[in-house]
Write a protein that binds this ligand. Structure first.
Ligand SMILES: Nc1ncnc2c1ncn2[C@@H]1O[C@H](COP(=O)(O)OP(=O)(O)OP(=O)(O)O)[C@@H](O)[C@H]1O
Ligand SMILES: [Mg+2]
Length: 240
C-alpha cells in the first residue's frame, strides 16, 4: 500500500528523518515507534505532503506521489489523524466531520457520517456538542472520524493514546482493528509500545531520524528488553 524508499524529510536546513525505507502491506497495521524527536511525525507529514522532502520517494500502491500536492494525496486515499487531534474546538462534532469530507462532493456525506457513527456511537450522541467540550477520548474518536470522512485507504494516526484513559485507548484501538478488518491500511505512531505491539503487524523504530529496527510485531515482542533498548527505554518498560 505504501512504500518509502530512502525518504529524507525535514524543515529547511533541518533534516528530521534520513533515508527511511519501509513497506506497509495493504490491510495491515504498521507501528512507527521511537523516542521524542525521532522523526515519526515528520515522516508521516512527508507522506501527507505537508513538509519538505529532501530525498527519496513515496509510493502509494506503486504510484510515485512524492511530488503530488497534499490535496491530491487526500483524494488518492491518504488521511491523517494528527498529533494533538487538531480539532476545530468551536465547531460541533457534526461540523468537524463536514470539514473532514471537504475534498469530496457533499452528496455522499450522509453515508460517510453514518459509517463514522457506527464505529463511534458516542459521537452520534454528541453530534451537536462543541468539540472543545468533549472528553479527550471523545476528541480522539472525532479526530479519527473526521479522517474517515475522506474515505481513506491509508490512515496515518499520530499518537493515538496520548493523554487518554485506558478504556478510551481500548475503544479507539478496537475501532482501528475493525477498520483493518474492512481492509483499511493503518500507520500508527504510539508512545504506548505494548499496546502498539498488541495491534500491529509490522513495526519500525526511528531514533534521531534514523531507522534502527524493523520487523514483525511478534518478533519485537519476543525480543523483549532487547527491543526496548531500540526505543531508548529501560528494561522495566520492556513490552510483553
Ligand atoms: N516545524 C519544525 N521546524 C523545525 N524543526 C522541526 C519542526 N518540527 C519538528 N522539527 C524537528 O524535527 C525532528 C523530528 O521531530 P518529530 O516531530 O518528527 O519527532 P517525533 O518522533 O514525532 O517526536 P514526538 O514523539 O515528540 O512527537 C526534531 O529534531 C524536531 O526538533
Ligand atoms: Mg510526533
Amino acid at each position: 500500500m505504501l512504500t518509502l524508499d530512502r525518504l529524507s524529510c525535514g524543515y529547511g536546513s533541518v533534516q528530521a528523518a534520513h533515508d527511511v525505507s519501509l513497506h506497509v502491506t495493504k490491510g495491515s497495521i504498521f507501528a512507527l515507534l521511537g523516542p521524542n524527536g525521532a522523526g515519526k511525525t515528520s515522516t508521516i507529514m512527508a507522506v501527507m505532503g505537508h513538509i519538505d522532502i529532501q530525498g527519496g520517494s513515496i509510493l502509494l500502491e506503486g504510484a510515485d506521489i512524492t511530488k503530488r500536492r497534499a490535496i491530491d494525496r487526500v483524494r488518492l486515499g491518504v488521511a491523517l489523524v494528527p498529533e494533538g487531534r487538531q480539532l476545530f474546538s468551536d465547531l460541533t462534532v457534526d461540523e468537524n466531520l463536514t470539514v473532514g469530507g471537504y475534498a469530496f462532493p457533499a452528496s455522499s456525506d450522509a453515508a460517510k457520517r453514518e459509517r463514522v457513527f457506527s464505529y463511534f456511537p458516542r459521537l452520534y450522541e454528541r453530534r451537536n456538542q462543541m468539540s472543545g467540550s468533549l472528553s479527550g477520548g471523545e476528541q480522539q474518536m472525532l479526530a479519527i472520524g473526521r479522517a474517515l470522512m475522506a474515505e481513506p485507504r491509508l490512515l496515518l494516526v499520530d499518537e493515538l493514546s496520548l493523554g487518554l484513559m485506558p478504556k478510551m485507548v481500548d475503544l479507539c484501538l478496537d475501532a482501528l482493528l475493525a477498520l483493518k478488518r474492512e481492509g483499511l491500511t493503518i500507520v500508527l505512531i504510539e508512545q504506548n509500545t505494548a499496546r502498539a505491539l498488541d495491534v500491529a503487524d509490522q513495526v519500525c523504530v526511528l531514533s534521531s531520524g534514523l531507522q534502527v529496527y524493523q520487523g514483525t510485531a511478534a518478533e519485537a515482542k519476543a525480543a523483549g528488553s532487547m527491543f526496548a533498548k531500540f526505543l531508548g527505554m529501560g528494561d522495566e518498560v520492556a513490552p510483553g
